[in-house]
Design a protein around this ligand. Structure first.
Ligand code: NI
Length: 129
C-alpha cells in the first residue's frame, strides 16, 4: 500500500490536507516516520472516553481550541500551535466545542477509539488515502 508522506515522497501541506477532510473524527494518514503515523483530522463535538493501553498519543492543534478530558487529572486545553501527549493507559475524551483541526502522531498499531468500539470508530484501513 502506498502511504502519502512515506519517506521520500513529495512534501505534504498540512493545511491543504485538512481542507480536504470533510468528515469530523475521521483521521487521515499524511505521513509515516518509523512506526508512527502522522494524521490530520477535523473534530467537532466529542468522541468517546477511551484509552490506548500500549501507546502514547500526540495531539497538535492547527486551528480551533481543543479540550482533552482526562480521567483522574485536570482537563488540558490546547490552542493552535500547542501539543499534548496523552500517556498510554490514560482514559481520555477529546472535546471540540468549535471545529478544530489537528495533527495526530500515533503508533501504527493505535486503534482510533482504543478498546472502545462505537459507530464512529474508524479502522486504520479507512484512515489511509
Ligand atoms: Ni485516543
Amino acid at each position: 500500500m502506498i502511504v502519502p508522506g512515506a519517506p521520500g515522497s513529495p512534501p505534504v501541506d498540512v493545511a491543504a490536507a485538512l481542507e480536504e477532510v470533510t468528515d469530523h473524527w475521521t483521521p487521515r494518514v499524511v505521513g509515516r516516520v518509523n512506526d508512527q503515523y502522522v494524521k490530520v483530522a477535523k473534530l467537532l463535538g466529542e468522541l468517546v472516553w477511551h484509552a490506548h493501553d500500549q501507546e502514547d498519543e500526540l495531539f497538535l492543534v492547527v486551528f480551533g481550541r481543543l479540550r482533552i478530558q482526562l480521567e483522574d487529572r485536570p482537563e488540558v486545553v490546547l490552542e493552535p500551535g500547542q501539543l499534548f501527549v496523552v500517556p498510554k493507559g490514560v482514559r481520555h475524551n477529546p472535546v471540540a466545542d468549535e471545529e478544530v483541526g489537528i495533527v495526530l502522531i500515533e503508533t501504527v498499531t493505535t486503534q482510533h477509539t482504543g478498546s472502545e468500539r462505537t459507530d464512529r470508530t474508524v479502522p486504520i484501513e479507512q484512515q489511509l488515502w
